[in-house]
Design a binder for this molecule. Structure first.
Ligand code: AKG
Ligand code: FE2
Length: 280
């Protein structure tokens, strides 16, 4: 009983947040990976021209699908969430032409970040590569448009449970013991809402068990988070948010009948001291 009660009172972990305008640097990305910063919000981090091209291509994509895994939203690409490695990597292979097509003939800013980080880590004796298996390899990103209605368009969750529970057939499971960095590029933003909310809480396995979200990390109920301080990022098209995905986060409800919110999301983290894996 006592253990249950402890697990149900969320421990507060302080947030270290950096917000600025401009270009993201590899030093900042590595600070997130090492757990020195919890969240980084960079405004006007990539061009509105690229943002518009990606949005137009997402909306018109023949690879655009409705999620059927209990998380309301539309997507282009593949998600490892609740899938075995064979299924995920096959889906990633099949979706690759659609993910590539999101960028048209413009330079893909997510791949540019990946390449810059790869060069910097290489200098430090660390390899960065896409997660893979005999069935294929991950894509650099996936496009997502959340459609939950109510307080949140994407309910509060953490990104670590799904990695911890990915299973032995995934090489990325070991990243769950280090920082799982969640990278978000925003090509389009709703008129109101659609903020990224981050709570001062990094759930443990016991916390997840107490909330019945041990394997998914999704969703944490409002009652559980009620006493936990939070911060919110007001996002615009062209922004990047990079967070420690172990902290609970969610996307607030959206309104306005014009633009739809679109995020390009990827995950990465240390699998070994000399290896950083990247996946979606
Ligand atoms: O859309 C966002 O801002 C966050 C996305 C996210 O948390 C996720 O895909 O796990
Ligand atoms: Fe997330």
């Amino acid at each position: 009983m006592a253990t249950n009660q402890v697990a149900q009172t969320p421990a507060i972990s302080p947030l270290t947040i950096k917000e600025r305008t401009g270009s993201i640097s590899t030093a900042e990305i590595i600070s997130i990976l090492k757990g020195e910063i919890t969240a980084l919000h960079i405004s006007q981090a990539f061009s509105t021209e690229v943002a518009q091209e990606i949005t137009t291509n997402f909306v018109g994509s023949s690879g655009l699908k409705e999620r059927k895994d209990g998380v309301p939203g539309q997507y282009v690409g593949a998600s490892h969430y609740r899938k075995d490695a064979a299924t995920y990597f096959k889906e990633a292979e099949n979706a690759r032409p659609h993910v590539d097509a999101l960028f048209g003939n413009l330079v893909d800013p997510v791949r540019a970040l990946f390449d810059a980080l790869k060069r910097e880590l290489h200098k430090q004796g660390v390899e960065l590569r896409l997660a893979c298996s005999e069935h294929g390899k991950a894509n650099v990103c996936r496009g997502l448009s959340w459609s939950g209605s109510g307080t949140y368009s994407l309910d509060p969750h953490d990104d670590v449970a799904q990695v911890l529970r990915a299973g032995n057939d995934y090489e990325l499971s070991s990243v769950a013991h280090n920082t799982v960095a969640a990278l978000n590029f925003y090509p389009s933003m709703s008129e109101e809402g659609g903020n990224l909310r981050l709570w001062s809480h990094k759930p443990t396995v016991a916390d997840r068990k107490s909330q019945g979200v041990e394997t998914t990390g999704y969703p944490y109920l409002a009652a559980y988070l009620a006493a936990v301080p939070c911060r919110e990022f007001q996002l615009k098209a062209g922004d990047i948010a990079l967070i420690d995905g172990g902290f609970v986060h969610g996307v607030t409800g959206q309104s306005g009948n014009g633009r739809r919110r679109l995020v390009l999301n990827s995950f990465f983290g240390f699998a070994r001291p000399d290896l950083v894996l990247w996946w979606t």
